[in-house]
Write a protein that binds this ligand. Structure first.
Ligand SMILES: Cc1cc2nc3c(=O)[nH]c(=O)nc-3n(C[C@H](O)[C@H](O)[C@H](O)COP(=O)(O)O)c2cc1C
Length: 186
């Protein structure tokens, strides 16, 4: 698949089959993530992987509890109250794998490069016929000291991009994008 085709046909996938994703495939996608540029070639990323749709479903319940506890403090979350209260709503959509891109602790802010790494992973997954979706909902729980301790995340690592990966039930059709806004072209 050509790069433009992968870019144009990548969509956030929110329905997955039961088929697992092999470890070697996940490793290949993570390798692809590391091909993106980074400031001074610092390669500021680190990765965490959580496998298993059932394990992720249990984590989804914790994500929802965490977000519901923050609803009053974060007004932007209010519109998701109904979904977060729905026991059938799984923030990971039944995907079999979650790859979390972390920024390593360093003087240089590597979060931009880590976000690019996440896109590299998503495009490589699209090329492999796999679906992905960045799950911002899970950032707050993944960033909590309690879950970081549970997962063994060393001090100073920051969550940038939790991305689910799996075999899509279908790829949604491309959606139109707004025309680019040019602030200047001198
Ligand atoms: C930073 C970020 C956070 C996101 N968080 C979520 C999320 O928590 N749940 C979800 O279903 N989609 C999430 N998405 C996916 C967006 O909703 C999606 O990218 C957007 O609607 C455009 O659709 P497309 O990816 O299919 O082109 C997130 C995307 C980004 C970049």
């Amino acid at each position: 698949m050509q790069v433009m085709e992968a870019l144009a046909s990548r969509r956030s996938v929110r329905a997955y089959t039961d088929e697992p994703v092999e470890r070697a495939t996940v490793e290949r996608l993570v390798r692809a993530a590391t091909l993106v540029p980074s400031g001074m070639n610092t390669q500021p990323w680190a990765f965490g992987v959580i496998e298993g749709a059932e394990r992720l479903r249990l984590l989804s319940d914790r994500v929802k509890t965490d977000l519901l506890s923050k609803l009053s403090a974060v007004p932007a979350l209010e519109r998701y109250r109904e979904a977060l209260c729905d026991p059938a709503y799984n923030v990971f959509y039944g995907a079999p794998v979650l790859v979390v891109v972390y920024a390593r602790p360093m003087p240089y802010d590597g979060r931009g490069a880590c976000a690019m790494a996440a896109l590299g992973l998503m495009l490589a997954a699209r090329d492999a016929g796999l679906g992905t979706c960045w799950i911002g909902f899970s950032e707050s729980l993944l960033e909590s000291q309690a879950l970081k301790a549970e997962l063994g995340v060393p001090a100073g690592y920051r969550v940038v991009a939790p991305v689910i990966v799996g075999h899509p039930v279908a790829f949604p059709a491309p959606t139109p994008r707004a025309e680019p806004e040019y602030l200047y072209w001198k």
